[in-house]
Design a protein around this ligand. Structure first.
Ligand code: TXE
Length: 496
């Protein structure tokens, strides 16, 4: 490995060492080589960052909507100019193919531009008020907010939180995943170059139980917005509510992909493969449960197995690579554990089911894309989030059965329905317990689309106008328009 970078914390617009002087290594999951040495923030570093953010919030929170519009628009531009470099480093740290990361990086400016526009056009309201009063309602920033992000889509997930938070006038302290902190630190620098004042965007890389926990529990943090595992979400939300901070939690998923026999089966097959294996299955809306009508089960199982076997695994920086390794040793062990559990529970391995041992891929955490057939809902591989290139196939007979299989999960984030029957598509979509349902597609996202889950998949929504408003609090200002004197203790009757 020729390049190895080193990073400090990013506090108050400066790259600074951690107070205790500790560092940690970021590994390339395709080769297990060290990519970067990064300062490890501890509790006292979070405290420093929150203090810097308090000062940043005082400036940014008072800035005009027009200034925020221009700064976020410039940030979108800076990202476009640095797209290739950001994509390359996301690929190096996550192991995801460069083709995927380029496509994902290209979407980031859309989010900053959308929320720049929202900041520019957002209006307050004037609700009716009984009596000679004018009540106008302003949406004011929360102040300092904590963003805790994972390793699977480091910049996209950060952007879904950062763009509305900044547009609404908040200052942020970001605790990126310990596996993938580098591009978040790069983005913080781009924020500075875009003219966002120092102190508005702060980054404290470090671990969950130290830096993450302190950020969630810090009394000056007014909102905690986290994407991660369901257990982490529960612990973090409890910490935040200890000081009445609001929360947004985007957590685990086990998305069903329901395919009816009247679907365009060529498209459904391509869509199911895309849903299952993009990001090596490490996405919260991965098509993890393919629910197939019995008439097409065998045909689909065969076609998807063929596709899984044909996926090109390789060096993630190679343009022709279609799937990289899973993101870390921990993830590798977890996914392999589930694969073993599936086989023990009696599911049939249709494709994959083992690590890739052909050199040079044996150097990294590569797992062959895996499909399990004859899966029952109570099996662990059907019920729990695996978060890897593993998908299970189940069969149904009736529409009711398809819906009930899809809903038989503690999660409720994404789902897709594949059919040409318009009425059925909507009828099924409305019955699904999921925050996002695609019809004849999967994985699509837009900055205007509220994104988040039902049940154990979380609380609150990212992006969309809803997310912007959730980064504000209302202030009612009530003006007395009357000229009638009022003295309650002098005998005035009017009270309301
Ligand atoms: O996530 P964690 P992990 C799911 C997926 C995956 C599992 C575990 O099933 O296999 O979670 O992944 C920070 N207080 N998802 O362990 O730990 C942590 O440092 C405060 C789904 O990598 O939840 C990181 O910054 N923060 C998911 C962030 O939380 C804490 C994406 C997420 O890490 C903390 C990732 C604590 N006590 C994993 N503990 C999705 N919804 O897309 C950890 N963190």
């Amino acid at each position: 490995m020729s390049e190895r970078r080193s990073y400090g914390l990013w506090i108050g617009g400066r790259d600074v060492p951690a107070l205790a002087g500790r560092t940690f290594e970021v590994e390339n999951p395709a080769t297990k080589e060290t990519l970067a040495i990064v300062a490890e923030g501890l509790e006292e570093d979070v405290d420093r960052a929150v203090e810097a953010a308090r000062q940043g919030a005082a400036v940014w929170g008072r800035s005009s909507a027009e200034d925020r519009f221009h700064a976020l628009t410039r940030l979108a531009e800076r990202i476009r100019e640095n797209l290739e470099e950001l994509a390359r480093w996301e690929t190096l740290a996550t192991g995801r193919p460069i083709r995927e990361m380029r496509a994902q990086m290209k979407r980031l400016p859309d989010f900053y531009e959308y929320f720049a526009a929202v900041a520019r056009v957002a209006e307050g309201s004037v609700p009716p008020f009984i009596g000679p009063y004018l009540n106008y309602v302003r949406h004011v920033p929360l102040g300092v907010v904590g963003l805790i992000t994972p390793w699977n889509h480091p910049l996209l997930i950060l952007t879904k939180k950062l763009a509305p938070a900044l547009a609404a006038g908040n200052a942020v302290v970001i605790k990126p995943s310990e596996f993938t902190p580098t591009t978040t630190l790069d983005l913080a620098r781009l924020c500075q170059e875009a003219g966002i004042p120092d102190g508005v965007v702060n980054v404290v890389p470090g671990y969950g139980p130290t830096a993450g926990k302190r950020l969630a529990g810090h009394p000056d943090v007014r909102k905690v917005d986290l994407t991660g595992g369901t257990e982490t979400g529960k612990v973090t939300a409890a910490l935040a509510s200890g000081h009445l901070a609001s929360v947004a939690m985007e957590l685990g998923g086990k998305a069903p992909v329901i395919i009816f026999p009247d679907a365009d089966l060529t498209q459904a097959e391509a869509g199911a493969a895309f849903a299952s294996f993009i990001a090596a299955g490490q996405t919260c809306v991965q098509g993890a449960r393919l629910i197939l009508h019995e008439d097409i089960y065998d045909r689909m199982a065969e076609a998807l197995s063929r596709r899984a076997r044909q996926l090109r695994l390789g060096d993630p920086l190679d343009e022709s690579t279609q799937m990289g390794p899973v993101s870390s040793c921990r993830q590798f062990d977890r996914v392999m554990g589930y694969i073993q559990a599936g086989a023990q529970e009696g599911a049939v391995v249709l494709a994959g089911g083992e690590p890739v041992t052909t050199p040079p891929l044996d150097r990294g955490y590569f797992i062959a894309p895996t499909l399990f057939g004859e899966v029952r809902p109570e099996m662990r591989i059907a019920a729990e989030e695996i978060f890897g290139p593993v998908t299970v196939l189940m069969r149904f007979r009736t529409e009711e059965e398809a819906v009930s299989l899809a809903n038989a999960s503690r999660f409720g984030l994404g789902a897709s329905v594949w059919t040409r029957d318009v009425a059925r598509a909507h009828r099924v979509a409305r019955q699904l317990e999921a925050g996002i349902v695609w019809i004849n597609d999967h994985h699509r996202i837009d900055p205007a689309m509220p994104w988040g889950g039902f049940k154990d998949s979380g609380i609150g929504r990212e992006v969309g106008l809803q997310a912007y408003h959730a980064y504000t609090q209302t202030q009612s200002i009530v003006v007395n328009l009357g000229d009638e004197p009022f003295d309650w203790y002098g005998g005035s009757q009017r009270y309301s």
